[in-house]
Write a protein that binds this ligand. Structure first.
Ligand code: GDP
Length: 297
């Protein structure tokens, strides 16, 4: 289960303070010290931890908490609140274009789960929002990637637009949108190429696609298991492409949680969805508040 270590540590830390009828500044100090260590151990970005702890300290030692009838519980509420705010606060929605189709561009490194997530997102849009998406294969460098998307399309009985490996990604994307208009697909989800590392060539290509199709959303797919790396990847993709949201995959694994807790603070872009398994129905809207409750138990 994701966050197991972090969750265990935070829960045992807050247990000590929960039942207290009176909370001293010393209690808060000890609690925040342990919360700080737990977060660092979970691979949360150092600066993010520092700012979070100072906010928790300030609120937890405020008059309102100290003078309340259940200060212990109030302190826990502050921690939960701040964790939720850190992950983005309110859950953000997926865009709907004024003029159909809504175009979503999926970007990310190879192996992050981009193609799988493209299929999952299409499935979710149809099931939950009654939409009719067109999937687009723009990864022309790996024939296997096109095949993978076509297989997903078959499984979902959903159309997949591809022009093989010879056409340019920009042209594929443009043509796909024309087809979507003609066939009344209200969402176009473009699966782009990934590389093992962030490189200029890839970014140039993604910028070209962005400029030519003007997507309503650019979702960066990152593997939550890669911790700090996921945060660095998010930072560079965001600098180059001004992404609109993040999809965190593999949250069903034993990720320590650092990525989930740092990405919003570092990029100021919301985590919109979480991948919870390999199957096509294992994508969930990301709810910061629920996630904070899950972590704190
Ligand atoms: P891409 O190279 O970014 O397109 O990555 P793929 O979509 O091919 O996914 C890489 C691997 O990660 C595949 O084996 C997927 O089944 C797996 N995967 C993707 N998302 C998840 C997830 O949320 N949970 C788990 N456990 N596996 C995932």
């Amino acid at each position: 289960m994701a966050f197991e270590g972090l969750s265990d540590r935070l829960q045992s830390t807050i247990k000590k303070i929960t039942g207290k009828g009176k909370v001293s500044e010393q209690d808060v100090k000890e609690m925040t010290r342990e919360v700080r260590l737990a977060l660092l151990e979970a691979d949360v970005n150092f600066k993010v931890v520092k700012e979070l702890i100072s906010r928790i300290k300030e609120r937890a030692t405020g008059q309102e908490v100290m003078e309340s009838l259940t200060p212990g519980q109030q302190v826990i509420k502050v921690v939960k609140d701040e964790l939720s705010i850190l992950m983005g606060g309110e859950q953000s929605k997926i865009a709907v274009a004024d003029k159909s189709p809504t175009v979503i561009m999926m970007v990310g490194l190879q192996g992050a789960g981009k193609t799988t997530t493209t299929g999952k997102l299409a499935n979710l849009l149809r099931k939950k929002h009654n939409r009719s998406p067109l999937l687009v294969a723009c990864d022309i460098y790996r024939p296997a990637a096109i095949k993978q998307l076509e297989t997903l399309g078959d499984q979902l009985t959903m159309p997949v637009f591809s022009m093989g490996t010879e056409a340019k990604p920009v042209d594929i994307a443009k043509k796909a949108i024309e087809q979507a208009k003609a066939e009344h697909n209200d969402y176009v989800i473009i699966d782009t190429a990934g590389r093992l590392h962030v490189d200029n060539e890839l970014m140039d290509e993604l910028q070209d696609i962005k400029a030519s199709v003007n997507p309503d959303e650019i979702f960066l797919v990152v593997d939550s298991m890669t911790g700090q790396d996921a945060v660095n990847v998010a930072e560079s993709f965001n600098e180059q492409l001004d992404i609109t949201g993040v999809v965190l995959t593999k949250l069903d694994g034993d990720t320590r949680g650092g990525a989930a807790l740092s990405i919003k603070a570092v990029t100021d872009k919301p985590i919109k969805f979480a991948g919870m398994g390999e199957k096509l129905d294992e994508l969930e809207a990301f709810h910061p508040e629920r996630m904070a409750s899950r972590i704190l138990g």
